[in-house]
Design a binder for this molecule. Structure first.
Ligand code: PMP
Length: 395
């Protein structure tokens, strides 16, 4: 098969499954009105598929900081962090994140995806082992591939399976990087961090925790699962992103180990790409301040999570195992998931459709993301739409 034939096969698969009258993936958003409302085609829609957990994308403090940074430093750095692209703002944000976690070191990256690629491939290499949860995000899988280390998966959140695999490694467990997520992006469940920590200590391994979806969401000051569980001292490396609760784009790694700084010299995804724009860094710094002080926003977020999760549960939808800002309805077939997704869009509600092979266990998901700034009325309306569509999709 030629290279172009392979792409034709992709088009044929898409055509067989997806309707032609609506762009399911990469749906064009024609205007954005607020953190929760936008325009798709000619209709006003409610955003329920973004990762804007604290609703900070239009926070006046962040907008003002971004405007000021553009005016004073321009639209881009046009260079790598290793060359001309480390402005005082980039370094200040690193200090602020290290201070937030009370950690020794922090590195800021251009995206959360690159934070995982850079950290994993900088830490592990040929001859080492990466031991990852089966539901890990694509950036974790890709970081592992880039590292050249041996990749071993354990069953999602299954500590018996993790221990079995550590035991089998024998002495190699001490050159093993275990990777888990604070809140998993597909089903919204948390890693059993206390048990993971016990195993990593027993087998003398190293632990990386990705807090992409839990930053700003869990813990009194929003550090994530490390704060909720009080286990920050036990986790070796934490990665996260600016593109969810912080409402921007970019990523970071923090660590209690001063060796983290050496990643700057060996990590290709850090060295060979341009650094975040001044506006991105400025809005992220402003958002981090709001996130740290945002206990009322977190309370509102969790009120909203419970309102929607319990409504969908009452309606009989098969949901992820615990309430979280990522609320996934699990459907039996891609066709059912598509019908629900399309039905919601017809009601003016945008959610995420996730189909195999991107999903755990080949399930099809309609994934909602709840924000602190959704109103109770908006979530009521979502509940009504899910209720109306319940019958239609079970046929
Ligand atoms: N880690 C996890 C668990 C994620 O879900 C994501 C994004 N969905 C990333 C990392 C990458 O973050 P970004 O989109 O900011 O590159």
């Amino acid at each position: 098969m030629s290279l172009l034939d392979k792409l034709d096969a992709v088009a044929a698969t898409r055509k067989a499954l997806l309707p032609e009258d609506v762009e399911v993936f990469g749906t064009p958003v024609d205007a954005v009105y607020s953190s929760t409302e936008a325009k798709i085609g000619d209709r006003r829609i409610l955003f329920l598929g973004t990762n804007n957990y604290l609703g900070l994308t239009f926070a006046p403090e962040c907008l003002q900081a971004a405007h000021a940074a553009i005016d004073s430093e321009g639209t881009g750095t046009t260079g790598s962090r290793m060359a001309n692209g480390s402005y005082s703002g980039h370094r200040a944000l690193e200090r602020e994140l290290a201070d937030f976690y009370r950690c020794h070191s922090c590195i800021v990256f251009t995206t959360g995806y690159q934070a995982n690629l850079a950290t994993i491939s900088g830490l592990a290499g040929a001859g080492d082992v990466v031991l990852i949860d089966g539901d890990s995000h694509a950036s974790i899988y890709d970081g592992c591939r880039l590292s050249g280390a041996e990749i071993i998966r354990f069953r999602h959140n299954d500590m018996v399976d993790l221990e079995k695999r550590l035991r089998r490694l024998g002495e190699r467990s001490s050159s093993t990087l275990i990777i888990v997520e604070g809140i998993y992006s597909m089903l919204g469940d948390r890693a059993p961090l206390a048990d993971v920590v016990k195993l990593k200590n027993a087998y003398n391994s190293t632990l990386l925790l990705d807090e992409a979806h839990s930053l700003g969401v869990l813990g009194t000051t929003g550090q994530g699962l490390v704060e909720e569980t009080g286990l920050i001292e036990e986790v070796d490396f934490i990665t996260g992103t600016f593109s969810k609760s912080l409402g921007g784009i970019g990523g970071y790694c923090v660590s209690k180990h001063p060796q983290l700084d050496q990643l700057r010299y060996v990590s290709r995804p850090y060295i060979f790409t341009a650094s975040p724009t001044p506006a991105t860094i400025a809005s992220t710094r402003a958002a981090l301040k709001l996130l740290r002080e945002g206990s009322e926003l977190r309370r509102q977020l969790w009120r909203n999570v419970h309102q929607l999760y319990s409504r969908l549960d009452e309606l009989g939808y098969d949901l992820g195992p615990e309430p979280s800002p990522v609320i996934a309805a699990i459907l039996k077939t891609p066709q059912q998931a598509l019908a629900l997704w399309k039905g919601l869009l017809d009601h003016g509600i945008y959610v995420n459709l996730v189909l195999p092979p991107a999903t755990p266990e080949g399930n099809s998901l309609v994934r909602c993301s709840v924000s602190a700034v959704h109103s109770s009325e908006q979530l009521d309306y979502v509940g009504k739409a899910f209720a109306e569509l319940r019958e239609a999709i079970s046929q």
